[in-house]
Design a protein around this ligand. Structure first.
Ligand code: COA
Length: 334
């Protein structure tokens, strides 16, 4: 679970993100389904989310654009990368992976490329994997993306899910560094597959669990038991933040930022209150972007990075949970 850094460290050379232009506000949703702005804001903290125009945007374009922006910020080209990883669960196609298409479009021809399916934990999973691969000595420059076009898997007649999700992607360029203490100094990747039916995306009727068979299911659309996921999230979120502090002997005061997956403001607030986290160190953009699944943590990371809020020489933390159920955390020496 926790590792001592080896001979190679990892430096973040640049970050990027991409969101669609189209905004879907709570008032827009209230015209589509029986809900209202007051309920959504109170129960989730969300005011609007970004939604793709499916004629020209989707998971692939969001991740491609996020990676292009990260490469530009790092002053690098796609040809400099030897691996591209994309965390996503809304791939347009199972074959090819989103990562292969993204790598092809940014000019990373010949680089390794694969997708990581860990739902909302996708970006943190991918960052942790990339850090480990660079430390292994086998890769030196990795483009990591996390992004989902959740609008492509949402039933907009279903008010429990349609209010929560939006579309976005975030990316970071990780490069080998001579300082082995730099990079991810602690990470956790976790799952509990016994609870998968709390949040799932069925493609075939045969995969719908017994308990859900009598409910109106649209194949290809996300199914969620909101209350169950809420309970899981509140407990797990707190646990992984506590684990990370304990394993590194660091405290919230040592961190520049603790980036939490933007799932529901009440889940984030519960962690802040129970762990006594300084509010100014827990970035929140859920009001503007909703829950963009694997895009969420990467988008926060890019916004904070560009605002100069993740300074060199100070540790920061990323934490996420999602369908699977999955969870992940990473403490980084920047
Ligand atoms: N608008 C208005 N009313 C709604 C509504 C909506 N969009 N959705 C549900 N309601 C109603 C319910 O029908 C229920 O009415 P009732 O009391 O008359 O039966 C009431 O509001 C409370 O519903 P409940 O499901 O208990 O609400 P909640 O406080 O649990 O909030 C979620 C619902 C989905 C916002 C919340 O459970 C949640 O955020 N869960 C976690 C989801 C998540 O993080 N998923 C992603 C994981 S990565």
């Amino acid at each position: 679970m926790s590792q001592r850094p080896g001979a190679v460290g990892v430096r973040i050379a640049g970050t990027g993100s991409a969101v669609p232009e189209r905004r879907l506000t709570n008032d827009d949703l209230s015209k589509m389904v029986d809900t209202n702005d007051e309920w959504i804001v109170q129960r989730t903290g969300i005011r609007e989310r970004r939604i793709c125009d499916p004629s020209k945007e989707g998971t692939f374009t969001l991740n491609r654009d996020a990676l292009k922006n990260a490469l530009a910020a790092a002053n690098m080209s796609g040809a400099d990368l030897d691996l591209v990883i994309v965390g996503t669960c809304t791939q347009e196609m199972n074959c090819p992976s989103v990562a292969c298409r993204v790598a092809g479009e940014v000019g990373a021809v010949g680089a390794g490329a694969f997708d990581v399916v860990a739902a909302c934990s996708g970006f943190v999973y991918s960052m942790n994997i990339a850090d480990s691969l660079i430390r292994s000595g086998r890769f030196r420059r990795i483009g990591v993306c996390g992004g989902d076009a959740m609008s492509s898997v949402i039933d907009y007649q279903e008010r429990s899910v349609s209010i929560l999700f939006g579309d976005a992607a975030g990316a970071a360029i990780l490069v080998a560094d001579d300082n082995p203490d730099r990079g991810c100094i602690y990470q956790q990747l976790g799952s509990d597959g016994r609870d998968w039916s709390g949040l799932y995306l069925p493609r075939r009727a045969a995969e719908v669990p017994e308990a859900d068979r009598d409910n109106p299911i649209r194949l290809g659309c996300l199914r969620m038991n909101g209350r169950e996921v809420f309970k899981f999230a509140v407990t797990r979120f707190r646990q992984i933040i506590e684990d990370s502090f304990k394993a590194t002997s660091l405290t919230a005061d040592d961190m520049s930022q603790i980036i939490c997956h933007q799932s529901n403001i009440r889940i984030i607030d519960s962690a802040i209150e129970k762990l006594g986290l300084p509010r100014e160190k827990v970035f929140v953009n859920i009001d503007k972007f909703g829950n963009s699944s694997a895009g969420s943590v990467g988008l926060c990371f890019d916004q904070l990075w560009r605002a100069g809020k993740i300074p060199q020489g100070k540790p920061m933390m990323m934490v996420a949970f999602g369908g699977g159920m999955t969870w992940a955390s990473g403490v980084w020496n920047i």
